[in-house]
Design a protein around this ligand. Sequence first.
Ligand code: KG4
Ligand code: ZN
Length: 349
Amino acid sequence: TAEPLVMGIESSCDETGVGIVRGTRLLTNTVSSSMAEHARFGGVIPEIASRAHLEAFVPAVREALDAAGVTLADLDAIAVTSGPGLAGALMVGVAAAKALALAVDKPLYAVNHLVAHVGVGLLDTDGTLPEHLGALLVSGGHTEVLAVGDITGDVRLLGATIDDAAGEAYDKVARLLGLAYPGGPAIDRAAKDGDPGAFRFPRGLTAGKYMGSAEHPGTHRYDMSFSGLKTAVARVVEAFEAAGTPVPVADVAASFQESVVDVVSRKTVLACTEHGITTLLMGGGVAANSRLRELVTARCAEHGIRVVVPPLSLCTDNGAMVAALGARLVSSGVAPTGLSFTANPGLPV
Ligand code: KG4
Ligand code: ZN
């Protein structure tokens, strides 16, 4: 089928996403988030996320079908995220997708969440992804640099965080600073009034021995780390509190943010230049960060790398990206996964 009609289902974290595409054309992208329910805990609570998926799923499917003006019987296939992500959350989406596929007898494709983020790049194109494509995924749950040879099979992980995800670091530091959850937007705002050079926070895994050289690559050459940064911020905050002086929130936020975007952009550029990547697709909620986009774009430009940032609704977790990848799998003649796979929280790319 040249232009398969595909429904994509996403439930790996706190977004219940149901998207429908026809080939590379986006028909609808329905997303329901349980983020507000996690706010008072300062992070996603898996049990709450799973229950929210269970409640949101049927209404989301109905809404998506209505918005696209299609029925389940019209679909050529269904695609669902099988991992990586939160086990219980993934299971709700996988069980729901299997039930739908069984009920209307449609082929079912299990897709990798990280690869699906790259699937966004297929939307509203003729279906050809740029050559020498890479992806930078930065969210509350993941932080990876990928090399995309072929989206239907050859996607390689070049580097990733070895501890906290970038968004997770934002959320934790926001909590230390008494800012609201989710912390990313709050820190982004606070940082605008702060001095990014006020505090020199550590840049995880950027010491010479980690960066190495092309001939003598260090370990973790393209990997990132944010837990030391978080600890350093905590020490500074504690010192102000112990001294009874107000914490300079804007300066701490700006300095913290500068460390994150410095690490992410340096590691990304290193990985891209050494793997011949000339187009970089950004994805994940942290792609909303203006300073990150600015620095990644500027540093990539120095090496002739073009940076593509999709609209935010397609950067954050959604069903359309799953549907887009599913449609590509169908049109490439890839066999459906069938109904006997399971959710895999640690699914590698
Ligand atoms: O992709 P996403 O919506 O959900 C997953 O984590 O899967 O990403 C949410 C993350 C949160 O950690 C949030 O704090 C962060 O993205 N975020 C930001 C910004 N907007 C959202 N981080 C930095 N700057 C922002 N403007
Ligand atoms: Zn994601």
